[in-house]
Structure formats: C-alpha cells, structure tokens
Design a protein around this ligand. Structure first.
Ligand SMILES: Cc1cc2nc3c(=O)[nH]c(=O)nc-3n(C[C@H](O)[C@H](O)[C@H](O)COP(=O)(O)OP(=O)(O)OC[C@H]3O[C@@H](n4cnc5c(N)ncnc54)[C@H](O)[C@@H]3O)c2cc1C
Length: 475
C-alpha cells in the first residue's frame, strides 16, 4: 500500500530517470507521479547563462520528456515562477506531496525554503533529497565543525566520508490525470537564438554514453594528459553533471571500479585523480554555501577593494572576449569557448589570469562572460575558478604567483597543436614562436595582432595594485 495516491516530482537539475534519488522515492511512495519542469520566465539577456547553455537545457528537456513518455508518464511543462506554478498544480491535481532534489545553488535554496513554507500552508508533504553531490556542504567539515577554506584538507575529509551508492532506474510512471502542459521550451522561449549545432548532444542517453566512453577510453590516462589542452583527455562531463543527465554517484563509482580493476599503477592513479577532481566541484559548492557573499565579493577580505580598470575605457574586454589579444593561447581558449561552449581547464586558468592580471579587469566581468558561454556553466565552480585565478579566493595562488602565458604555452602546448586548432591565422607558424613574445609592436603572423600588452610590465602593475591594498589595510 503506497503512502500517497498522487505526488509531484519537480525536475530541476536532475534531468534523468536513472539513479534519480527523489524520483525513485516518489515512485516508490506513491501510486501516481506527476513529473513537472518549471520553465523560468526571464527573457532576453541573462548574466549567468546564454544561448548555448539554454539550447543544451532545452535538448535535455526534450529527451527527458520522451523518456518519461516511454515509461508511461507525461512531463508537464509550466512557465512562470516556481512557487506559483507549484501552488497552482497542487490545487489542480490534488497532489499530496512534492518531491525534489536539493539544489546546491543559492537561488534554488531560497526557493526550497519558501516552498517548504508553502507546503506547510497547503498541508502537503515536502520531500527534499540530496542528489546533485556525493556530499553536501554540511557533511564535510573540520573537526570543530567549521567549513574548510583550503582544498587539500577538505579533500582529505571528503575522501573518507562513506560514499552514497547508485540507485536503480524508474521503470514506470503512472499518472491517471491528464493535465495541460506548455510546450517543451526551445532556446527561443527565452528570447535567444542559437546558431549552428551544439558541440555536445543533450540528454540522458548521450550523457550516459559520454560517461561510459570517458571511463573506458580516456580516464585511464587522465593524470598524464589532463593538463594538455590538445589531448582532449578530460571527461567533458561538466554539462551532464550540471543538468543531472548523469548521476555523480554513478560516475564516481564507475571510476572507482575501473581504479580497483586495473593492474596498471598509472591507470589507478589516473582514476583516483579523476575522483579527486569531482571533489573540487563540491569544494566550491561548499564555499558558496558557507560564504554566499563570494557572488559579489572576494572570498579573502584582504583583497576587497582591489583596483580594476574601467572596462568601458577601451576595447581590451572586447579583444579578450573575441580572442584578438595577440597572445595565441589566450585567443585559442576564448575562440574555443565562444564557438563550442567549452574551454579546457588549463586554458580557463590562463585566460582568467590574463584578464585579471594582464588586463587588470575585474574577475566578475570574466565570471559572467564564461557563464554566458559555457555549456557546463556552474555558478559555484565558475566563481571558485575565477576567484582562484584572480588570487582572491579559496586556495588561491598567492597574488605574486602570476602565470606567464608564454611559458604556459611552451609547457602545455609545446607543439602548438591546440593553438593552431583554434587560431587558423597561426597555422604555418613555428611552434616556438607561439610561446615567445615577439619584439615590441611586432606580431607573430601577418594576419594576427601584436600582443595587446607587455606581460612583464603588467605583472609589475598587478603586484603594485595588490601591495598598495595590502599597505592601505595594514595587513
Ligand atoms: C576560471 C574558471 C572557470 C571555471 N568554470 C567552471 C564552470 O562554470 N563549471 C564547471 O563545471 N567547472 C568550471 N571550472 C572548472 C574546470 O575547468 C571544469 O570543470 C573542467 O574544465 C570541465 O571539463 P571536464 O568535464 O572535461 O573536466 P574533467 O577534468 O573531466 O573533470 C570532471 C569533472 O570534475 C569537476 N571539476 C574538475 N575540475 C574542477 C575544478 N577545478 N573546479 C570545479 N569542478 C571541477 C567538473 O564537474 C568536471 O566536469 C572552471 C575553472 C576555471 C579556472
């Protein structure tokens, strides 16, 4: 005998039927489940998303709708504010409970609080589940119960906390009531336009295939290759983790199984290193949870009030965004991002340091530009990555350690394969020339701009700005 006759499962960042904690619970606890997706009703530009990401989301939703259909259900789309939509649907359907997976983002958490109150008022059960992470922000704390601000000790603790296991798939969804639904959204629903095909196929099936092939074909060599952007050795699963087309538990345990089954030491270390990267994602989510001010301010209070150049003063921001800086590795990264919605992690660090430490532009400019283009845009990881690169955040490299884009190129793209893939003007150039500043005013190739700044000079300027603030605050 089921606990409920009819409940709602509110899909948010869990767009899958496999190992979906709240959905599995809903279908176990109730005779009928109404699967709901609330389509947000903003229109036009958004500081934290863009057409590629919304097109990917729409594709995931369309695939989810057909998967739900396949197991006998109907995914209901309703456009509007989540609380209003849910209150309306509860009234329309007579649902006795709402099931949902918790959102690690601040906006999502605020809505959860209000929804809980609404459910109390409506006398409906509120059933939240932990799903998007291996461990929530409150599960990984120091011995004295405080949050970690540095990754290595955080990871030491994260690594030993008992890991949640993988659940099954929902095989059947019954809904006897026929409820009206808005159409599945497309990118145009938000007043945006996506040119050309997406670099990743959206949806649970494609996500699972990506996960399986990453584990069986690439991650065994992750340790040696992950830092080399030309090698494409990383998993490319960020967007699937963001939208929940795969479960992080499934991914973690698949990597763990491969790690325990291999006889090769380097493979074992590679799978272990990959599992460690998954902890970075949760580390930044924990930072965002415990220090929500990071969305506006530097995590390290000593660096609040740092001097930034005015982005409207000249065209330096546009040159960075369009990949016309005259620094090949920076331009390659920015063009890869704008074209495909992806940028390799090493290059994310190089381009972010370049914006903040060579162009002296505020990390918040880069943070929002990345989110408008990345398919895997994740507020916590992006904020963490930007603050790390700017030298203001958790685990940040000390401000005086400033990566040199030329040296980074010779170390991580010595043959220029990555640069040439994204900057065709440099196709015929000797790789050594891609990793060395040309003489002042000169450019590396005829159709390519000269470097827009002198790295050594700008490095000194960055040090001056940090030192000035340090002296002013008496630190
Ligand atoms: C400036 C900057 C901005 C970033 N913005 C984002 C973002 O918006 N979304 C995002 O998921 N990652 C972000 N990262 C982290 C990292 O670059 C990406 O997770 C990674 O490049 C995604 O590619 P992948 O899936 O092939 O990674 P893999 O190397 O295969 O890693 C697997 C997964 O682990 C997680 N992960 C790996 N490295 C990190 C990290 N340093 N921080 C947090 N999570 C990590 C991601 O979920 C990733 O998908 C950012 C890093 C920097 C320096």
């Amino acid at each position: 005998m089921s606990e409920f006759k009819r409940v709602i499962h509110w899909f948010r960042r869990d767009l899958r039927l496999t190992d979906n904690t709240a959905l599995l619970a809903a279908s176990a606890d109730s005779e009928e489940v109404i699967p709901l997706y609330v389509v947000s009703d903003w229109n036009g530009e958004h500081r934290w998303t863009g057409p590629k990401r919304q097109a990917f989301l729409s594709g995931c939703l369309s695939s989810l709708a057909s998967n739900v259909n396949h197991v006998g259900g109907k995914l209901i789309f309703r456009r509007g504010h989540a609380l209003k939509v849910i209150a309306g649907l509860i009234e329309e359907s007579g649902a006795e409970a709402i099931y949902l997976n918790l959102d690690p983002d601040l906006h999502g958490k605020q809505i959860e609080k209000k929804l809980e109150t609404l459910c109390q008022e409506l006398n409906v059960a509120f059933r939240p589940y932990q799903d998007a992470v291996m461990h929530s922000a409150d599960e990984v704390l120091t011995g004295s119960g405080t949050p970690y601000r540095v990754f290595t000790p955080y990871f030491r603790r994260w690594d030993v906390v008992a890991k949640p296991l993988v659940g099954g798939s929902v095989k059947k969804l019954v809904a006897k009531i026929d409820l009206p639904s808005d159409p599945c959204p497309t990118v145009e629903t938000w007043g945006m336009k996506q040119e050309g095909p997406l670099a990743l196929i959206p949806g649970e099936k494609a996500g699972r295939e990506r996960m399986k092939s990453a584990v069986s074909e690439r991650l065994g060599a992750y340790l040696d290759h992950r830092n080399f952007p030309a090698d494409d050795a990383s998993s490319r699963l960020g967007a699937d983790l963001r939208w929940g087309t795969i479960s992080v538990r499934d991914l973690y345990h698949r990597a763990g199984k491969a790690r325990s089954e291999t006889r090769e030491r380097s493979e074992r270390e590679s799978f272990g290193e990959f599992q460690r990267q998954l902890a970075w994602r949760e580390f930044f989510m924990s930072i965002l949870h415990h220090y929500p001010e990071v969305l506006d301010l530097e995590l390290n209070p000593s660096w609040r009030g740092l001097e930034w150049n005015d982005p409207d003063e000249d065209d330096r921001l546009a040159k960075w965004q369009e990949g016309r800086t005259g620094f090949p590795i920076v331009d390659a990264g920015m063009r890869q991002l704008v074209k495909t919605g992806f940028m390799h992690n090493r290059v994310r660090m190089i381009t972010a340091m370049f914006l903040t430490k060579d162009l002296h532009l505020d990390w918040r400019e880069g943070e929002s530009f990345f989110l408008q283009h990345l398919l895997d845009g994740e507020i916590a990881s992006n904020n963490g990555g930007w603050q790390w690169s700017a030298g203001t955040g958790a685990d940040a490299a000390p401000y005086f350690r400033i990566q040199n884009p030329w040296t980074q190129t010779s170390r991580y793209d010595p043959e220029g394969v990555y640069v040439k893939r994204w900057v065709p003007e440099l196709a015929g150039v000797d790789p050594k020339a891609l990793a060395k500043a040309p003489a002042p005013g000169e450019s590396i190739a005829p159709n390519y701009p000269p470097p827009m700044v002198d790295h050594s000079r700008e490095r000194e300027e960055t040090l001056r700005r940090f030192k000035t603030l340090k002296e002013a605050s008496g630190a």
